[in-house]
Ligand binder design. Structure first.
Ligand SMILES: Cc1cc2nc3c(=O)[nH]c(=O)nc-3n(C[C@H](O)[C@H](O)[C@H](O)COP(=O)(O)OP(=O)(O)OC[C@H]3O[C@@H](n4cnc5c(N)ncnc54)[C@H](O)[C@@H]3O)c2cc1C
Length: 421
């Protein structure tokens, strides 16, 4: 039977990096929110996450950077190896702070910094609509519960229900590249130093980045194993970890012995295959019909701007979203609070008195700032992706020219500063 509940004025959908960091950013500003997550617990699929300086700045603002720094060494150089010719070249890694974190550490650190009762698991959102009379959102959960928050922030990832249903922004682009990611833990030091290494045999690429002196994060990119005809499916394809390892080892034939050994000794539970990678075409972010706000409903993270893994920036962009969103929203809520309250203000104004307009203004400000930033990231990722993903030599060449013209410094994106919380 349907039941109605009023859990909180601000509801965030999705407890991935974006949802958790948005809740934390709001909490740091003294604003209460609730995060609805469909899973039974928090999950951190994909082993490691590479974080450049811009991501560290956002983590600093969220107050969790210093603990996370202790878990990962600084990566200081890069090398590109062409397997067939044996040629080794320096690989630019940009200036600034580059580390690879365990995704589980990031997720745990964010979740543990939230006040109790913020996370609500087993809460799958089925629809978000606007009440035609009050313009406030109505959330329908799969278990029949109806929620009436004042504000909804969709951080529900690349298959975002909120982007699709509320804004009609479907993800229609797919890469023909699939990625396997995993960790290998060495009892004694792995001996790879603090170098990021990429190797290619022309068909597959292996990337290897140290997390600590014992733990290595690696990824293998290769052509999709799912036929293009079934790519209209919204399903990600996950084989069992043992199958993933087997098929990755087959791909690695001809790679150096140390690579084959690294993959055969990998931590089985860390292996993850993403066979269908969806992304948003950069121009669709700026299109005339594109909107990422309806009333007091907006989106952040992959729900707004999934960009493919080529720059390793999706997670950091989600952290930046969180900082900017909370920075834009907080003053409006305080302004309203101060204007509408005659008594002395509470440091934790968790009730927004239904001032829709102010929230709408805050979201517009947030979207204006973020669209500019993520358009550039999505465009650069798109061009790099084109150079890697397309079979057409002409397109590869044109993408290379566009990259040189538009992004003469290919790492400028990592010096971005999302500003103070
Ligand atoms: C192969 C690969 C490698 C990558 N490497 C990097 C990297 O090195 N560095 C980097 O910065 N980025 C990287 N990224 C990108 C990064 O992983 C994503 O951008 C980031 O995880 C997005 O976080 P999110 O919170 O927006 O979405 P998600 O992590 O997808 O979280 C969405 C959450 O919402 C929940 N949810 C979904 N629908 C509902 C619903 N209806 N109701 C309730 N809950 C719901 C889901 O269960 C999930 O917990 C990579 C991506 C890929 C594919």
């Amino acid at each position: 039977m349907d039941k109605e509940e009023n859990i909180c004025d601000i509801v965030i959908v999705g407890a991935g990096i974006c949802g958790l960091s948005t809740a934390l950013a709001l909490h740091r500003k003294g604003i209460k929110s609730v995060v609805l997550e469909r899973a039974e617990t928090i999950k951190a699929k994909g082993a490691g996450i590479i974080v450049h300086s811009n991501g560290w700045r956002a983590l600093d603002q969220l107050g969790i950077a210093s603990n996370l720094r202790k878990t990962a060494i600084l990566v200081q150089s890069g090398q590109y190896i062409t397997i067939n010719s044996g040629v080794r070249k320096n690989l630019a890694i940009g200036k600034g702070e580059l580390r690879c974190l365990k995704r589980a550490d990031v997720i745990r650190s964010l979740a543990e910094s939230l006040p109790p009762q913020t996370l609500r698991f087993n809460s799958q959102v089925c629809s978000v609509e606007l009440n035609p009379f009050t313009s406030h959102p109505i959330i329908q959960l799969q278990d029949g519960t109806r929620l009436n928050p004042k504000v909804v922030i969709g951080c529900d990832g690349v298959k975002s229900l909120i982007s699709n249903d509320t804004f009609g922004q479907n993800y229609t682009k797919y890469l023909s590249t699939s990625v396997v990611r995993g960790f290998t833990n060495y009892e004694y030091s792995h001996g790879f130093g603090n170098k990021f290494v990429v190797m290619s045999d022309g068909k597959a690429q292996l990337g290897r980045m140290p997390v600590t002196h014992n733990l290595v994060y690696w990824f293998v990119t290769r052509k999709c194993t799912i036929p293009p005809s079934s790519q209209s499916s919204t399903r990600d394809h996950y084989d069992s970890p043992a199958e993933i390892k087997e098929s990755t080892l087959r791909t690695m034939k001809g790679f150096p012995k140390e690579v084959v050994e690294m993959i055969s000794k990998s931590v089985l539970s860390s292996l993850h295959l993403t066979d269908i990678i969806k992304y948003r075409a950069p121009w669709s972010l700026l299109g005339i019909g594109t909107r990422f706000r309806r009333g007091t409903v907006t989106v952040a993270g992959d729900a707004m701007h999934a960009m493919g893994p080529f720059l390793a920036q999706g997670g950091s962009a989600a952290l930046e979203d969180a900082v900017v969103l909370a920075r834009c929203l907080a003053p409006k809520l305080y302004e309203y609070y101060y204007c509408s309250s005659s008594s002395s203000p509470s440091p934790h104004p968790h009730l927004i008195r239904s001032n829709t307009k102010m929230v709408e203004e805050a979201f517009d400000e947030y979207l204006k700032e973020r669209k500019k930033r993520v358009f550039k990231l999505c465009m650069e990722s798109y061009l790099v992706g084109l150079m890697v993903d397309t079979p057409s030599s002409l397109l590869k060449f044109l993408a290379g020219i566009a990259m040189a013209l538009l992004f003469p410094d290919p790492f400028a994106h990592s010096s971005y500063d999302c500003g103070r919380l």
